[in-house]
Design a protein around this ligand. Structure first.
Ligand SMILES: *Cc1c(COP(=O)(O)O)cnc(C)c1O
Length: 383
């Protein structure tokens, strides 16, 4: 048994990362500036996308996407309930209606058949989630979106490094990445909005900084007038240079991070295959590279005669941290009550919502840590 707590995630930060941030702090320019520009360029190069806008979070990116696409009252957005609450909250805050599609039981990817069935004359947007580091069925979703002439915004928060049919997620279309500390790379907090739609990018650039269409750095370096005019009311969602320099450095190591995550995941899958009560997710065939953002398992609660919440608590007693990605959004208090959501509406989402648990997975973890987790799981299930 362990003597030291193993968190379910921990960012990999080197002394060089810390001194790079220190250099920015000492430079006299700490907000949006050359490091943001450099990070956006490097990100485009890595992902293969045409344009990238660095933001204060992925949530900010989703907010701006809804705003730029003019999603509001009377509009419906099709998205999974098996997702992080931020997307659903923003849809509701925009005055629009989330329409939940169920997911595949074993990959947690949005089911294109459910998307088809959820289409109505009010459908204005589809937001799939690339879950856990694998990729959603984009070929099918793109066909649907093209047919009904509705945009797709891909939630790629888990998908930095993920390849779908050989191409990086986000290379085409519109996608949003996250750099929250548990994600595959971090900037503390941060996000990236990528799109091959030039008009949309221009709009996002304007909305992210007061609707001026120019940020503080542009004004300083390009000699634009400090009296730049508001073209439309905007927000304050720009990324700082302190964050961007960290992102740049982390991006340089992302392939190394993913190699390490993949090796740990292989060991997990091997060791867990002997435990009947533990069911890992399966990998969709079109995911040509899994980024292993999360290692999610489902507890067979009947066989184990243990609830998932008790399972997590027992692991914690054994110094093993876990995460829950995610509790179905439609069953959370506000959505249950305000939208009249009930159990039974989304069977695969609900089945997983009661059984999923994310085991520790991060690049600085060791194989011995994986062995400790598996031993602790076995110990919990023996009791
Ligand atoms: C983390 C996450 C987000 C939000 O990212 P932030 O950068 O924290 O705003 C959105 N969607 C999913 C699926 C996530 O996991």
């Amino acid at each position: 048994m362990r003597t030291e707590f193993l968190p379910f995630s921990r960012p990999s930060i080197t002394e060089e990362d810390i001194s790079a941030v220190g250099d920015v702090l000492r430079s006299g320019w700490i907000t949006t500036g050359p490091n943001v520009t450099g990070f956006e360029r490097a990100f485009c190069e890595y992902v293969g996308c045409k344009n990238a806008v660095a933001l204060s979070s992925a949530t900010a990116g989703m907010h701006l996407a809804l705003e730029a696409l003019d999603i509001g009252p009377g509009d419906e957005v099709i998205t999974p309930s098996m997702t992080w609450v931020s997307t659903i909250n923003l849809i509701v805050l925009a005055g629009a209606t989330p329409v939940f599609a169920d997911v595949d039981k074993d990959t947690l990817m949005i089911s294109p058949d459910w998307v088809e069935e959820s289409i109505s004359p009010k459908t204005r947007l589809i937001v799939p989630v690339h879950f856990a580091g694998a990729a959603a069925d984009m070929a099918y979703l793109r066909r649907i979106a093209a047919r009904i002439e509705v945009p797709l915004v891909e939630d790629a928060a888990h998908a930095l490094g993920t390849r779908y049919s050989g191409a990086h997620v986000g290379k085409e279309g519109t996608s949003i990445f996250s750099f929250h500390p548990i994600k595959n790379i971090t900037t503390g907090e941060g996000g990236m909005f990528c799109s091959d739609n030039e008009d949309l990018i221009e709009h996002i650039n304007r909305l992210k900084f007061h609707g001026l269409g120019v940020d503080a750095y542009d004004r300083q370096t390009q000699g634009r007038s400090p009296q730049a005019e508001v073209l439309e009311p905007g927000y304050k969602y720009n990324m700082t240079d302190m964050a961007a320099v960290l992102g740049l450095r982390q991006l340089g190591r992302v392939d190394e991070f993913i190699r390490k995550r993949a090796a740990l995941a292989i060991r997990y899958r091997e060791l867990l295959s002997e435990i009947d009560e533990i069911l890992p997710l399966s990998v969709p065939p079109d995911t040509t590279r899994h980024a292993w953002h999360l290692f999610i398992v489902r507890l067979d609660t009947d066989r184990a005669r243990l609830s998932r919440d008790d399972f997590m608590a027992e692991l914690k007693k054994r110094d093993i941290g876990t995460g829950l990605h995610f509790r179905a959004v439609h069953l959370q208090k506000y959505y249950r009550e305000s939208m009249d959501m009930r159990r039974g509406m989304l069977p695969n989402t609900e089945w997983n919502s009661d059984r999923i648990c994310s085991l520790p997975l991060f690049p600085d973890m060791t194989f011995e840590d994986v062995d400790d987790v598996v031993e602790a799981v076995k110990d919990v299930l023996r009791k």
